[in-house]
Design a protein around this ligand. Sequence first.
Ligand code: NDP
Ligand code: HSE
Length: 447
Amino acid sequence: MATNGSPSPRTFRVGMLGCGIVGTGAAKLILNAQPPLRDKTGIDVQITRVAVRDARKARDLPLKPAVFTTDCEALVRDPEIDIVVEVIGGIEPARTLLLEALKRGKAVVTANKALLATHGKELFEAALAAHSSIGFEASVCGGIPVIGAIRDGLVANRVESIHGILNGTTNYILTRMVENGAPYAEALKEAQEKGFAEADPTLDVNGTDAAHKLVLLSDLAFHSTFNFKEVHVEGIENVQADDVRYAAQLGYALKLLAIAKRRNPGADPDEVPGGLEMRVHPTLIPQNHPLANVRAENNAVLVQGDAVGEVMFYGRGAGMLPTGSAIVADIMDAARGSARQTFTKLQFFQNPRADLPVIPADKVRSRYYVRFTVKDQPGVMGKVATVLGEHGVSIASVIQKEPDASGTVPIVMLTHLTIEDRFREARKKIEALSFVHGGSAVFRVED
Ligand code: NDP
Ligand code: HSE
């Protein structure tokens, strides 16, 4: 017993695989949280072992050098360790190490959305078989407790849609480009220096990271298992400052949105039956949309449920302490024994989803922003409008700018709702017209 009469704290021993941005954040919070975690929870969390690539590297942590090792396999087999926290990233060796830890009955916590979105079923089944658990709050939206909120808080709802800004790096880049005119490469470098970007930042800017997260949120929200390959993904690499400006003149902001949306079977003969649209792409949203003012590395998830209506979760989606905060929450959940109970009752990856096929990308329904660069001559606008009309694409608004020194003008159009394959066909025909210069810029619009 402790001297003040309260019971001695129970010890819970953590082995960490990785100690970079996220690992350091989690360790700092375990070691320095105020008030200390044991005062709040009655559990004394101890970092017993930390496996890294370079055990001699100086770390900004009050941990003895002997705690560090390069032997990940020994860490996951160590009988002294109760929980393995994986913050290495990537698929291997993370996958093999976690399977080994689970086989030995250890609880697991991970921030690795790439691993879970591609090998989640295998890992979740291994955890169930071992009566263990996998905590993955840190894998989506950094410090925002959105996994627990969707899994538990919204359990009574049939979720209709998720619209999310799920990647901090790209949101940071777009914010710096729009608000400060920063060049794309400079904004990306800043995001890397601040610790938001993935080890390979291509995964951020090409939309893959947001798609990984969308899969995890959709598994929970729609009680199914989705395959990462089913998500239609486009990144921000080709976004041009001109389009962001024209969009603003039309009253829209540009965000990299991750969207999962139920669609009921339509009356339109061109439409496929109902299902789920799953897509990540740069998207125009009205400037007064709740997601339009989510800036910098912040993330937000807007969920539409049949009972609750719209709910939005907002906060820091990347970085050392926000993500460390989510890791520590999952560690405490495991230490209390609640993670195992929750996990063994999760059904999503066992449910067939014959009723919820993912709708192919060319059958997605959307409005479009499109910019063509054309010769400044009479009749051009009419011809473009005619081709769109022939494909059943109707125009909602148009802006045409003054010609530049080369004698070309940009025509910017917003369409009404249409089906992707109709729009693509019309766009291809317009790009082939003799008075059109180069390709066009296209963004989908969500209202
Ligand atoms: P870092 O690159 O900063 O850290 C990776 C850590 O893993 C380093 O400590 C590195 O060792 C160690 N490591 C890498 N490979 C091995 C290996 N083969 N064996 C042993 N140790 C290894 O990554 P982050 O902390 O940024 O990201 C970690 C995970 O968290 C990723 O899955 C990422 O997607 C996810 N995540 C990241 C967020 C962020 O804001 N950064 C937010 C949410 C999730 P050493 O230090 O010696 O190099
Ligand atoms: N690279 C990720 C991002 C880290 O920028 O959002 C958080 O998952």
